[in-house]
Design a binder for this molecule. Structure first.
Ligand SMILES: C[S@@+](CC[C@H](N)C(=O)[O-])C[C@H]1O[C@@H](n2cnc3c(N)ncnc32)[C@H](O)[C@@H]1O
Length: 331
């Protein structure tokens, strides 16, 4: 195995993904490693030398992008047809399901051989996006509702680093009295729908039908939902007005250059007594915006809950340790 061309770090990341709990993740990682073995004839090395790849902060994100390129190739036409028609066509779904079912290791190796420059250029350099309804369900059910949802007054939520209405749909389904859900992301949600879908939905979720819930969500944003395109480290003034009861950031702080600055802005977004929830991996024993670290780096998956005291400060009131990235179980 050649370990020279990225200091070995992305390779190590891929090797660790060959032991992942999801069989598709394992197979894709093996196929990518096989492509690396082809030396300069393999596309993986070509992608890695693109300037676009400098967008990503860590070997983990680079490894994820390589995986997304493979998924994009498998799912692109399916999502294009869904987006074009606004619904899932039975025939197209049957085709994509049988394709996924065929995907044993030799098939994945073939997929890796079929990736062309054109395909990886559609993906390289785009932000990593994994909108998972489950995370929002758990956060709302286990933390937001117990803290705020009981008194019946309508809540305003700011969702920092989220380009879908996922959270607002979930909040409505869970009966959270919701006045407004404002999601802020630097990516435009509609423009990137195909990309968002490719990155958000696991192949297993297509096979067992769970993906339909996500599609429904993406095409039926509730009226309370509002999207603002922007940088959460540099929010537009209209959001720095103490308008929100809750500020959520779910797996977005690890992508920031200056998480401390984003947290300072969060303090201006929430009203006095409002709460800030950061969900990310944190360095063990530390719970500050600056101690958020990239997933896979040995941190603890935690939701920290701060309450704003109105003087541009917030106190940490509680925290929750999670057992999995879907946030379904507390430790
Ligand atoms: C891993 S995704 C998480 C999405 C969502 N919160 C979830 O849990 O499914 C991180 C999101 O943060 C966004 N993001 C990263 N840096 C950002 C910034 N400085 N300003 C706004 N959005 C940002 C990315 O575009 C991406 O949509």
């Amino acid at each position: 195995m050649t370990r020279d061309f990225w200091g070995g770090e992305v390779l190590e990341e891929l090797v660790s993904r060959t032991k992942h709990g999801d069989p598709y993740v394992r197979q894709i990682a093996r196929a990518l490693l096989g492509n690396v073995e082809k030396g300069s004839n393999g596309w993986v090395r070509r992608v890695m030398s693109l300037p676009e790849m400098n967008t990503y902060n860590s070997p983990f994100e680079k490894a994820l992008v390589l995986e997304k390129i493979m998924l994009h190739y498998i799912l692109y036409e399916f999502w294009e047809s869904v987006i074009h028609l606004g619904k899932v066509q039975r025939g197209e779904l049957a085709k994509v399901k049988s394709r996924i079912n065929e995907l044993d290791q030799p098939e994945w190796d073939k997929v890796a051989e079929q990736i062309t420059d054109d395909i990886y250029l559609r993906v390289a350099g785009r932000p990593i996006q994994t909108h998972r309804l489950k995370r929002y369900e758990s956060l709302i059910e286990k933390i937001v509702v117990p803290l705020l949802g009981k008194n019946g007054s309508e809540i305003v939520v700011a969702d920092a680093g989220s380009s879908s209405g996922a959270g607002s749909q979930v909040a409505r389904m869970q009966g959270l009295p919701l006045k407004k859900w404002v999601a802020v992301d630097m990516c435009d949600p509609k423009e990137n729908l195909s990309w968002v879908l490719t990155c958000s939905i696991r192949l297993g979720e297509i096979l067992d039908g769970r993906f339909r819930k996500i599609i429904k969500n993406m095409f039926n944003w509730p009226v309370e939902f509002q999207f603002v395109k922007g940088d959460i480290e540099n929010l537009p003034r209209k959001l720095l007005t103490g308008f929100a009861d809750v500020y959520l950031a779910v797996f977005s702080y690890y992508q920031l250059k200056n998480p401390k600055r984003a947290f300072g802005q969060a303090l201006k977004v929430v009203k006095t007594g409002g709460i800030i929830l950061l969900t990310d991996y944190f360095l063990p024993g530390k719970l500050t915006p600056e101690s958020v670290i990239t997933p896979g780096r040995g941190g603890l998956l935690t939701t920290g809950v701060w309450r704003s005291n109105g003087a541009g400060r917030a106190e940490l009131i509680t925290s929750y340790l999670w057992a999995d990235t879907d946030l379904s179980k507390f430790i």
